[in-house]
Design a protein around this ligand. Sequence first.
Ligand SMILES: [Zn+2]
Length: 401
Amino acid sequence: MKKITADHVFPVSSDPIPQGVVIVDDQGKVLSLGRRDEHDPASLEHHRGAIVPGFVNAHCHLELSHMKGVAPTGTGLLPFLRTVVNYRDVSQEKILAAIERADREMYDAGIVAVGDISNKADTAATKRDSKLRYYTFVEMFDFLSDARAQATFDGYFEVFGLHPGDGFHRKSCVPHAPYTVSPKLFRHINQANETHASSVPSYSPMTISIHNQETVHEDAFFMDKTGDFNTFYQSFNIPVGHFEPTGRPSIYYALENMDPQHRTLFVHNTMTRPEEIRAAQEWSRGTCYWATCPNANLYIENRLPVYRHFIETQAKVCIGTDSLTSNWQLSVLEEMKTIARYQSYIGFETLLRWATLNGAEALGFEQDLGSIEPGKTPGLNLLDLGEDLTFKPDTRVRRIV
Ligand SMILES: [Zn+2]
């Protein structure tokens, strides 16, 4: 048993405690919370700074870790994707080593759980041995081609079988984005998740992630089939002549084709406006989550979501790092600092909730992670904040449990 105290304790699920004490057992399970003056000072482990729960990284692509620094910054999503797709000259050995390093980097950055997009099974072995908890989203896309849906699904379903996800870790089948998934593939995905969820009751509710409204061209393609997606698909010889624009932003196509009984995790949402957030909230009966990856948005598109839209609609925002292909590091703390730098009207406690409890809920790990509450094993991070409890440019995180 350990009694740990710092200048501030932020449980997230309850009010901050100045000079708080957290008592944990040898496995890191929280036994109780209290104040310093209730304890013999000699029995306490003292720290300067703020104790917060372990961070949850709601969106990552661990398998893309080997492409750090490959894509230039600020080009926009479609040129970025073209660079990534065309980059092939790398050995499996290097790919696996980069995955191992990235898993370790996240652990050192105070991350305790990850929502990880996988198109392949390269990360499966690392995940099995990891101290982090993974929710693997096996991601599928058929480039809107119904004819390819079955074969596409079958291929990815094999990948699904290779990932861990029946206990400590979790997994589901997910669509990549509205602009790459046909209605038929959506149906295959829904059916697979239904079967998986009903096979063991504790798998439910599942979480299904989808990339959403990351670039202005995505909505343009769905509204009236304009914008750069036309030339993007042309450059890969992918026929989209059959695609009928829906006349509405892309998210409505996702809502029509996804299953609202699961938790839904919309990722990026750079272009998403309040009416679309409300439509998704109504559709999901409040069980949708909004992952933001600000550093990746700056890396790729040089823009950020308007967070005010999400605060005004009481949307449940969580934080992701995206992959090392579109980021300088994998650190939820660095994402929080970026948001605090560019939209400083958002307070520290709001950001902390996004970085912890909201992410844990989005991944279905909230029984164990996300807040400092008796019975949970959330991990404890120490932050060196500024005097007024805001981030300093050099604020760091240290894992203490
Ligand atoms: Zn992504």
